[in-house]
Design a binder for this molecule. Structure first.
Ligand code: NDP
Length: 612
């Protein structure tokens, strides 16, 4: 159920505005996103796959295909399932990891769980027959579901695991993409879909001395259970005599820290910015309820959730009714009251009112849970609700009461240095045995940067050259100069959702419908024109229901606002289609289903289809 409404009389809006500005300004830094280090070159060890039981050696494959699906996470899986449903048999899934799952393959840290309700987040529940055991599923269960999708739709025999794509190059004579991999493969595919995922490129804090540390260290998305012992449920016996530093207090860290508190001798939490946390209120799935849902219920619930979390909509019901929909419910309540008052009003002021209430509500919980008043004050977030990814937890704040947990709050400064034995912060060296970097991902990187491959389109023009003066796409998913190429999971110039699998499904269906049309109509290549890109860029000016640029300019730095560098570049979320995910889906469906697609594309017929 939604949380109780905050009391609008209980805060001073001017004082909050001043406090938010002060806390943001403290954290703004001139190096912005450049403050982070990629896990490459001398840091590539942080990107190593710790889960592989054996390294695959196989003979290179040389083959012709209809479709190469790059990425075996949920984006690639949804694309492959759509291909199966369309009866397109000639495809391969290329995945550098050892299994399907994407983010759920890589992120196996203790305590991992998804904040989006499993009944809307986990796709294809009805078809695969999975019943999530809890309302908010554990990471292990979602990973298992990804594997179940692979089995159910016979995708394992179509997958090439431990296969890193090195280059994707268009060959105009063959009208095929030539894909070369680190296994020596040469795959020639009419169409390519790419789904590299926003949470794939791990990043480290750009502080000096990381390489000097002599103890154990790893990124949260490459958990080393050989060192810690235990598993995703905890029980890390290897840490019973260890002092463990966690850098970060974001979505990942707040799940890890309670588990570390149960296992480690000492946990040192290095905090730069406190997170806004609501109660999770998880519950076991009512299996009778689940089994008695009518056919098609999941899609209805997914759409209902999306409608509820889209500003400017008027949903008739709130089927999920959780912490996510609560915020938008508050905004709607205030908007309704403002309209009813008959006075003229600025919608941003009304949203701000709902936001203050929500944050006051979350702030008031902290002192009720954390026993030490001074610590409770240091754990209190001072920014608007959507400035950072909202978090949900029933054990993070609680775990800070444990005597073996120490929070080193850096008041916005962060850790400053690492040496052979210690993490430095606030002018003090803290000696530790192990450092866990819960410092997140390069969320806004383009697919080819995340995948680490060279992408060369028609006439030898690379992706980087094409975008040197700025990104140009149609729908975020198609590009002039890149025929038969489809991005699944395009956020910039495309769309996203807090329920990311919903956005993935929209774009997977889009790619596969276009591919299906090519197969059915004998289309050799289809490529959006430069003029169509111009038209989409124009359409991208459709304003968001919330002025996201103004909203994120006022925010504390983070990956959602390019670390505070909002002006001069669109914010990460501001660069999505302004009409919202549902309107985007309608728009792309109409585009591919009618005459507009052919009008917006250069189309060459006489394809030679590859038998399945
Ligand atoms: P985030 O980017 O959200 O958090 C990184 C953390 O590292 C922040 O607390 C950041 O502080 C901190 N940090 C960075 N540099 C320093 C430094 N020099 N010193 C101290 N602290 C530092 O990454 P996460 O992995 O937590 O989450 C990424 C995304 O993954 C989420 O937004 C969400 O989309 C997804 N996710 C979802 C989960 C779920 O559904 N439950 C669980 C986990 C992840 P600061 O805030 O000051 O920048």
């Amino acid at each position: 159920m939604p949380e109780t409404q905050g009391n609008s009389e209980s805060y001073n809006a001017d004082e909050l505005r001043r406090k938010y500005r002060e806390e943001r300004d403290k954290r703004l830094r001139s190096d912005g996103e450049a403050q982070y280090i990629d896990a490459e070159g001398e840091f590539e060890e942080f990107d190593r796959d710790p889960y592989l039981k054996e390294v695959l050696t196989r003979d290179p494959i040389v083959e012709d295909l209809e479709v190469a699906v790059i990425g075996g996470g949920l984006g690639g899986l949804l694309t492959a399932v759509s291909l199966r449903k369309k009866g397109i048999k000639s495809f391969r899934i290329l995945e550098q990891a050892g299994d399907f799952g994407g983010t759920w393959y890589w992120n196996r840290y203790p305590g991992i769980r998804c904040d989006i309700e499993a009944y809307v987040y986990m796709p294809l529940l009805e078809e695969v027959g999975t019943i999530p055991s809890e309302r908010y599923a554990s990471g292990g269960e979602i990973f298992e579901h990804c594997r179940a999708i692979g089995r159910h739709f016979d995708l394992y025999d179509r997958a090439l695991f431990q296969t890193g794509v090195e280059s994707i190059r268009w060959n105009d004579d063959l009208a095929r993409w030539i894909i070369r991999t680190n296994q020596g493969d040469e795959i020639r595919a009419h169409h390519v879909t790419v789904s590299q995922g926003p949470l794939a490129k791990v990043k480290l804090p750009g502080v000096p001395g990381i390489k000097d540390f002599k103890g154990k260290m790893f990124h949260s998305a490459r958990w080393d259970y050989d060192y810690t012992g235990g598993n995703m449920d905890g029980g890390m016996t290897g840490l019973s005599d260890k002092r463990v530093a966690v850098i970060g207090t974001g979505a990942t860290a707040v799940q890890i820290i309670p588990k570390l508190a149960e296992s480690a001798a000492k946990v040192l939490v290095f905090q730069r910015t406190p997170s806004a946390l609501a109660a999770r209120n998880n519950s076991k799935t009512d299996v009778d309820w689940f089994r008695n849902q009518p056919k098609g219920w999941q899609q209805e619930r997914v759409t209902n959730f999306e409608t509820n979390i889209t500003p400017g909509t008027h949903p008739e019901s709130d089927l999920v009714a959780d912490g996510w929909t609560d915020f938008f419910l508050r905004v709607r309540g205030h908007m309704g009251a403002a309209v009813k008052s008959g006075e003229s009003f600025n919608p941003m002021d009304v949203i701000q009112k709902a936001d203050f209430e929500k944050m006051e509500n979350l702030r008031s919980r902290i002192g009720e849970i954390i026993e030490d008043e001074e610590l409770a004050a240091r754990m209190t977030p001072w920014y608007n609700y959507l400035c950072k990814r909202p978090l949900f937890s029933d054990d993070f704040l609680e775990s800070l009461n444990n005597p073996n947990v120490e929070v080193i709050d850096t008041d916005g400064a962060g850790v400053t240095k690492i040496d052979e034995t210690s993490v430095h912060a606030n002018g003090t060296a803290f000696e530790v045995d192990c450092i866990i970097f819960a410092t997140g991902f390069d969320v806004a990187a383009a697919a080819h940067k995340v995948g680490g491959y060279e992408l060369i389109g028609r006439d030898g023009v690379s992706m980087d050259e094409k975008w040197k003066d700025g990104m140009r796409t149609v729908h975020g998913t198609q590009m002039h100069g890149f025929p038969n190429f489809h991005v699944v999971g395009a956020i910039s110039q495309g769309t996203t959702s807090f329920n990311y699998t919903h956005a993935l499904q929209m774009q997977a269906s889009h790619a596969v419908d276009i591919i299906g049309k090519c197969v059915d109509d004998g289309i050799r290549s289809i490529e959006v024109t430069s003029e169509a890109e111009d038209r989409w860029l124009e359409k991208m000016k459709t304003p968001h229901k919330i002025d996201l640029v103004a909203y994120y300019r006022a925010c504390t730095p983070g990956f959602l606002n390019h670390e505070g560098d909002v002006d001069g570049q669109p914010t990460f979320l501001g660069s999505t289609y302004g009409g919202g995910a549902l309107a985007y889906n309608e728009l792309i469906k109409e585009w591919r289903g009618g005459d507009q697609m052919l009008a917006d594309c250069d189309v060459i017929y006489e394809a030679e289809t590859v038998p399945g």
